[in-house]
Write a protein of this length. Structure first.
Length: 258
């Protein structure tokens, strides 16, 4: 704020100071000038505040834009990573699909080969079945013939057994022997006693198989030399002298127990 300057107050009209003590001083006679410093300081303070606020807003904006840029960059990188992953998945699926097609083609070839092999095997089995049917018929015929022969043999043995009962009783008494069942229809157990002079109660036995024409010995106690047993079986199967066979078996037990 400016102040007016009056000519009447210029230095050309100044008078020498009064000599009295009560006269005003020259300083008191100078005009009062107001330069407006308070208003200037106020406006400068307001400008500084507005400038600081502008700077703060600019700084915040820059920070926000930088953060947003970083966020956008991270999102772009994430999108790129996801797209790259999707590409890898698609490539893997494409490879898997290609492998599946190759595997299916190979399996189709194997199936065709298997069908051909099964067809050949079926034809072979049909031919084998026809041969087996023929063999079964022939075997059944042979079995029927054998059954008739066995029936005839059984009738012969039955008639012979009636004649052999007295002879069998003789051998039981003569050899100190008894006949027991062996738990099966086609086996008999022959038990000997009075084998050792020091102990007449000691027993020895063997199981005889009678399922076929040729006799078989399955178990013995005590254990005998099977070579000697086979030799005795060969003799009885050849000469059919069963009494002599029982006598020789008792002799084998005596020799073994001694």
């Amino acid at each position: 704020m400016s102040s007016s300057f009056e000519p009447s107050l210029s230095t050309s009209g100044l008078r020498p100071p009064l000599t009295s003590a009560e006269a005003p001083s020259m300083a008191d006679s100078l005009p009062s000038i107001n330069f407006g410093f308070d208003d200037l300081r106020s406006r400068m303070a307001q400008f500084t505040a507005r400038f600081d606020a502008f700077i703060e807003r600019g700084r915040k904006q820059v920070l926000e834009e930088r953060n947003q840029f970083r966020i956008n960059l991270a999102e772009l990188q994430e999108d790129q990573r996801m797209k790259q992953k999707d590409i890898e998945i698609l490539n893997l699926k494409a490879q898997t699909h290609e492998q599946t097609l190759q595997k299916e083609a190979a399996e189709a070839q194997e199936i065709h080969a298997a069908i051909s092999s099964i067809t050949l095997e079926r034809d072979s089995r049909l031919a084998k079945r026809d041969r087996l049917r023929q063999q079964i018929a022939e075997t059944q015929k042979a079995i029927n013939q054998k059954l008739e022969a066995q029936k005839a043999h059984a009738r012969h043995l039955d008639a012979q057994s009636r004649l052999n009962v007295p002879e069998l009783e003789f051998w039981q008494d003569y050899l100190c022997m008894r006949i027991e069942g062996a738990g099966r229809e086609d086996r008999l157990k022959f038990v000997y006693t009075h084998l050792l002079e020091k102990n007449w109660e000691t027993e020895a036995w063997f199981e005889l198989g009678t399922a076929s024409r040729d006799y078989e010995v399955f178990h013995t106690r005590p254990k005998l030399d099977m070579t000697a047993v086979e030799r005795e079986l060969d003799l009885v199967n050849e000469d059919r002298d069963f009494g002599a066979f029982l006598k020789r078996m008792r002799k084998l037990f005596v020799e073994t127990m001694k």
